[in-house]
Design a protein around this ligand. Sequence first.
Ligand code: GDP
Ligand code: MN
Length: 396
Amino acid sequence: MNLHEYQGKEILSSFGVRIQRGKVATTPAEAVEAAKKLTEETGTGWHVIKAQVHAGGRGKGGGVKLAKNLQDVEKLADDIIGMNLVTPQTSAEGKKVHQVLVAEDVYYPGDSEPEEYYMSVLLNRATGKNMIMYSTEGGMDIEEVAEKTPHLIFKEEVDPLLGLMPFQARKVAFNLGLSGTAFKEMTKFVMALYQAYTKSDSSLFEINPVLKTSDDKILAVDAKVSLDDNALFRHKDYAAMRDKREENPVEVEAKEAGLNYVDLDGNVGCMVNGAGLAMATMDLIKQAGGEPANFLDVGGTADAERVETAFKIILKDPNVKAILVNIFGGIVRCDRVAQGIVDAYKNMGNIEVPIIVRLQGTNADIAKELIDNSGLDVQSAIEFQEAADKVHKVLS
Ligand code: GDP
Ligand code: MN
């Protein structure tokens, strides 16, 4: 589950990571109030107004603006709230902004220039260990840095038994070219950041930029946090941070119905039980000359109600030209699934795309008969190849 910047920063701050302080606002009036309060707390009269959407590159899209007084705050909040923010990471339509973060301006000029670094914590899947990835080239597109100047990206792997050791945090600070107060501050920052990552059961922390202010403070100016969905049951407070407006509405509906659904770009909808079979089915569709429109795992109980919900969800996608149901009857009997499909089909009454049903396993032959005798526009198959051929035929 992805979080907004302000939520990610709340988590960081709760583990002692220094952040650019801010308050979230949903109206220009709230933004002005937030700015006034922040000035009392921080002493600075300058603020940045930052669009809160689940997408990076907001600065480039005009979603991060500097306000030098309260009039600016009101005007910029008014401009940004409600806009469709287009960034390099959104679609061409962009993402609607519902709220802004009013944050203290931390780039104050001093005797030295502020420096921006890049830092992330994530799992290195190749080694199975968490790592800290960091670079002196912060504030910009890290993919571009990785491509053009890969030697400027450092990686520090963490031993899962020992956790992050202080010498490793010092190495990070050293490689970033720091000394004196900034060196110590960076060491503290890195240790706290890693604690926050592991204790919050996150799968990604990306802080770009990490800022060194002109008075040698180290702080997180941005925060991209992804939490591990499978660990949310032990973080009720984080689970409550879910913003469904940022998620694919059909995926949200599927999740609420207990279905495992991922929207894809193709033309053949699939309904499958088991993730492994779902992957194989997607291969099958490709082989038959189609492209999967979705990944949908209905799980162990494929009764009429579940099948109907799954059909409804698949049919919300206008690109779907055919549906392939591929179910293995191991625990669930094929004839029960077939009855479920027939009942669901009759119940819905207006399915206009061809459906190919492949049921294999316990009572597969009875299931096939049931489908064939139903009088519905549903084709049955028992073998994998047979199903693929039928999909190919309805597509061509
Ligand atoms: P992103 O564009 O979505 O990654 O959003 P960021 O939070 O990283 O902000 C984008 C850019 O805005 C940063 O790289 C900074 O250069 C700039 N920025 C952020 N906070 C401040 C601030 O307090 N003062 C000033 N002057 N610039 C800021
Ligand atoms: Mn950023």
